[in-house]
Design a protein around this ligand. Structure first.
Ligand code: F6P
Length: 555
């Protein structure tokens, strides 16, 4: 690994941004808007069916120039090309990073003639097409001859969040008579609930696991298999009711899934970037292959935009660099994602994994400890619900919290009055977060509510809205597969941009391994009567308490 490169924090643009921040920190966005009538035009971009308004950020033109300079000093355009060329950017695992190939269009080789992955991608897409058609026409049926009506996706992390989000978000495109469940948690109540709502004769289980060793998935898959056999009374039934998506077909076969029921995944697709592969089989089964391809097309639109658009008008670059601006120069610790589109209510959870599992790291890709902050905490919820829960903190708390507002101009089911009110709320919240309220405006509002003199003065501090809270607004006309593909790819590439700026390998996740190993050890210990291992006092005490109260048999 290459240690001779200076850390990003010692680059000229980084140092200039540091100095520049102390000027910008003193400015209020209220004044910036008042001084510059062109601010919206200057700081907004439209591409791939999305309008990004980033004018409500604590920036002036020089800020963007410096951020672009930083991106150039870090050779962002070259890194983008390296990803699209299929270089092994995941250096700790010696793997290319080619989720963009999954949505690549056209007949040619990609990323190049020598490392063409498209034959494999097209083969699996055809396999998905055949399956979805067979389920749709009834050529594929359950063991007893019933048509498939229920899909149960068993997977966790990237093998769950992306497909679950897309299936939920595109519910108005669901094929009639089909339902989907997503089971990820070890707590069997989630599996139980899905099974209770399913008819074994017409249920198809999708076991999604790149590694095919993930404890949660294997445990749920085994229980689902027992349930099916119990109900249908024949182990042979598994063949018509279980499919697997994995890069370890030999393990899926050991589990009992037939060779032809296994969909291939590749080591060059990271789990959290995999919904575009057969990991998205639940999506294809629920909305049909034509619409699944539209989803891929939307992501491809964003890939092309990311690869070919100058940095200044490049949506993922803008989102990524603005994130760097706050995290590294304003010391913010979190970033909120606030969809004003009920269909996207789980987007924040998907983005949590995409961003935090990718860039929640403390050493550079060369193994050097960073001296700057990396990924902030990503969080959020449906914006409209958030207004009545956590927005108080954003308006009057002590933290600076940059946020993304995403809003559909037309929401899914148009009962009169809902659409306009929803957009109005999104715009109102980002406006109030930005403007706040001046002292004079507050006094006037209090006078209008009948307060005067001492009473008014006492109320003032509680009614203060400082404003100056930054946000991006992403608008689109109406959510459909293509727009959704573009939105998800936008965030994927934002992750890449920030990874380059922090000089991280965004594509491994070593931090999750130790917990898995320790859990295995503790599971063994919990199942024996007198475990002898010496642990820390807290774990020791908790284990003893659990053992005393537990119902399971100990050896
Ligand atoms: O434990 C983390 C993780 O490896 C994620 O990166 C991944 O998305 C998830 O677990 C599921 O992994 P798999 O698809 O191998 O079951």
């Amino acid at each position: 690994m290459d240690k001779h490169l200076p850390l990003p924090s010692s680059l000229p643009a980084w140092l200039k941004l540091n100095a520049h921040q102390s000027t910008v920190e003193r400015l209020h966005m209220r004044e910036l808007f008042a001084e510059d009538p062109e601010r919206f035009q200057r700081f907004s971009v439209e591409a791939c069916g999305l309008l990004l308004d980033y004018s409500k950020n604590r920036i002036v033109p020089e800020t963007m120039e410096l951020l672009m300079a930083l991106a150039r000093e870090l050779e962002l355009p070259r890194w983008i090309e390296r990803m699209f060329a299929g270089e092994k950017l995941n250096n700790t695992e010696e793997r290319a990073v080619l989720h963009v190939a999954l949505r690549h269009r056209g007949e040619g080789a990609f990323p190049g003639k020598d490392n063409d992955v498209m034959p494999a991608v097209r083969r699996v897409l055809r396999q998905m097409e055949t399956l979805t058609e067979a389920v749709e026409t009834g050529a594929w049926r359950g063991h007893t001859g019933k048509r498939i009506r229920t899909i149960i996706n068993i997977g966790i992390g990237g093998s769950d969040l992306g497909p679950a989000l897309v299936v939920e978000a595109l519910d108005r495109f669901h094929r009639e008579g089909m339902q989907a469940h997503f089971v990820s948690n070890l707590d069997s109540s989630q599996l139980d609930q899905a099974l209770a709502e399913s008819d074994p004769e017409s249920t198809l289980f999708l076991i999604i696991s790149k590694s095919f060793t993930t404890q949660e998935t294997m445990c749920n898959a085994a229980s689902a298999q027992s349930w099916l056999i119990q109900h249908l009374g024949d182990p042979a039934a598994v063949a018509s009711h279980f499919l697997a998506v994995t890069s370890k077909p030999e393990l899926a076969m050991e589990f009992g899934i037939g060779h032809d029921s296994i969909f291939e995944m590749w080591d060059w697709v990271g789990g959290r970037f995999s919904l575009w592969s057969a990991v998205g089989l639940s999506i294809a089964l629920m909305i049909g292959m034509r619409r699944f391809r539209e989803l891929l097309a939307g992501a491809h639109d964003m890939d092309e935009h990311f690869r070919h658009t100058p940095l200044e008008q490049n949506l993922p670059v803008l989102l990524g660099l603005l994130g760097i601006w706050y995290r590294n120069f304003f010391d913010t610790s979190s970033h909120a994602i606030l969809p004003y589109d009920y269909s996207l209510r789980t987007l924040p959870q998907w983005a949590e994994q995409a961003e935090m599992e990718s860039n929640g790291k403390r050493v550079t890709r060369d193994g050097e400890t960073v001296d700057y902050a990396t990924c902030p905490v990503i969080w959020g919820a449906s914006g409209n619900n958030g207004q009545h829960a956590f927005f108080q903190l954003m308006h009057q708390g002590t933290d600076l919290i940059p946020a993304d507002f995403l809003a559909a101009i037309r929401c899914q089911e148009a009962w009169p009055g809902h659409e306009a009110a929803l957009v109005a709320n999104a715009l109102a919240q980002s406006r109030v977060l930005m403007l706040g309220r001046t002292d004079e405006e507050m006094r006037e509002a209090l006078r209008n509510s009948g307060l005067r003199g001492k009473e008014l003065a006492e109320m003032l501090p509680f009614r203060e809205y400082p404003g100056n809270q930054p946000s991006n607004t992403i608008l689109y006309e109406r959510l459909n597969p293509r727009i959704l593909g573009a939105i998800l790819a936008l965030y994927e590439h934002k992750v890449f941009v920030q990874g380059v700026c922090w000089r991280l390998n965004s594509f491994d996740q070593w931090g999750v391994e130790l917990g898995k190993q320790v859990a295995k050890g503790l599971l063994r210990d919990l199942q024996i009567q007198h475990p002898e291992r010496v642990r820390d006092g807290s774990t020791e005490g908790l284990m003893a308490y659990v053992q005393k109260k537990s119902r399971w048999d100990k050896k």
